[in-house]
Design a binder for this molecule. Structure first.
Ligand SMILES: NC(=O)c1ccc[n+]([C@@H]2O[C@H](COP(=O)([O-])OP(=O)(O)OC[C@H]3O[C@@H](n4cnc5c(N)ncnc54)[C@H](O)[C@@H]3O)[C@@H](O)[C@H]2O)c1
Ligand SMILES: O=C(O)C[C@H](O)C(=O)O
Length: 340
């Protein structure tokens, strides 16, 4: 790939502050589930990220091929593939950021919670290894149901004595990516300039986009438009699952979103100021122990969990309506971690 193309791809990631100080640190990123539908394009995007010096690709199968392929790209990150549990420790050792897209995706007719039985065990096993081999890494949890897998990870880390609430993130960036795209289309504003916070969790009605805070502001949207945009954002994952008709869920847009979020984590670690993304984290923003909201990222992970700001009446109602489901998904994760 020509340097100009490489630059173009790296620039596709938001917030392009790759100042020399920020880019100087050596950073290792590990992807667990790297041979999967999300894992492969995410590996490609992280290989293109100039903040990554070492890229570790782990899966239970298929990573030697993915790693060989991605490693031929002439960008700085050194790529290594690891396959099977016996290589997991080496894959993780020294990681600054671990991204987890390991686990099964939905098929039409399923909810994210239907993935719990398989993915809970996968996440538990991987987090046990993280607590052993790279307890200080920032963990970016993509595996669904995020509303439960993040609490599972927290409990695993607590049990191992390595839990740091500043370092565990449920990746909800795809909800933000979708909200931005759908809003820009409806409000007829340039998509690259749009910002929309999305709070709550990552499933159905627990996904709450705050279009009243969207920028650039638009007064062209009716209440019915906002309701429709909210529903489309909440159902964005299902829209892709149905379109893929049994061949999985969002992979390419998720890889993009995962790369944006990991990039923000790396920038925070490297001391870039004012890096803010929405994420599902331990929180006191509501009475729920985990909640997605804007988070300022810094040298230790979460620097500050930001509040919700002013909500419209419609958003206040959405917030109250989501709490029951989010609470029970969180409790389900905690219960699983204690019982297994
Ligand atoms: N957070 C989000 O916004 C979001 C968006 C899209 C998908 N997802 C979730 O991401 C997960 C992965 O989706 P996908 O489309 O990439 O699925 P996929 O089936 O294409 O890939 C999953 C990969 O995980 C691997 N894997 C399974 N068990 C593993 C283990 N113990 N250790 C390491 N790797 C393991 C598989 O071998 C496979 O390569 C699903 O749970 C899906 O629901 C989340
Ligand atoms: O919808 C899914 O199952 C995958 C993911 O959570 C998404 O939002 O696309």
């Amino acid at each position: 790939m020509r340097p100009s193309l490489l630059r173009y791809a790296a620039q596709a990631l938001r917030r392009r502050d790759y100042s020399s100080a920020a880019a100087a640190a050596e950073r290792k990123v590990a992807i667990l589930g790297a041979a999967g539908g999300i894992g492969q394009p995410l590996a490609l995007l992280m290989k293109l990220n100039p903040l990554v010096s070492s890229l570790s690709l782990y899966d239970i199968a298929g990573t030697p091929g993915v790693a060989a392929d991605v490693s031929h790209i002439n960008s700085p990150a050194l790529v290594k593939g690891f396959v099977g549990e016996e290589q997991l420790g080496e894959a993780l050792e020294g990681s600054d950021v671990v991204i987890i897209p390991a686990g099964v995706p939905r098929k039409p007719g399923m909810t994210r919670d239907d993935l719990f039985n398989i993915n809970a065990g996968i996440v538990k096993g991987l987090c046990t290894a993280i607590s052993k081999y790279c307890p200080n890494a920032l963990v970016n949890m993509i595996s669904n149901p995020v509303n439960s897998t993040v609490p599972i990870a927290a409990e695993v880390f607590k049990k191992a004595g390595t839990y740091d609430e500043k370092k565990l993130f449920g990746v909800t960036t795809l909800d933000v990516v979708r909200a931005k795209t759908f809003y820009a289309g409806k409000a007829n504003v340039p998509v690259t300039e749009v910002n929309v916070p999305v709070v709550g969790g990552h499933a159905g009605i627990t996904i709450l986009p705050l279009f009243s805070q969207a920028t650039p502001a638009s007064n062209a949207l009716s209440h019915e438009d906002i309701k429709a945009l909210t529903k489309r954002t909440q159902d964005g994952g299902t829209e892709v699952v149905e379109a893929k008709a049994g061949k999985g869920s969002a992979t390419l847009s998720m890889a993009y979103a995962g790369a944006v979020f990991a990039d923000a984590c790396l920038k925070g670690l490297n001391g870039v100021p004012d890096v803010v993304e929405c994420s599902f984290v331990q929180s006191t923003v509501t009475e729920l122990p985990f909640f997605a909201s804007k988070v300022r990222l810094g040298k230790n992970g979460v620097e500050e969990v930001l509040g919700l700001g002013q909500l419209s009446e419609f958003e206040k109602e959405g917030l109250e309506n989501l709490k029951g489901e989010l609470k029970s998904s969180i409790e389900k994760g905690i219960k699983f971690a204690h019982a297994n």
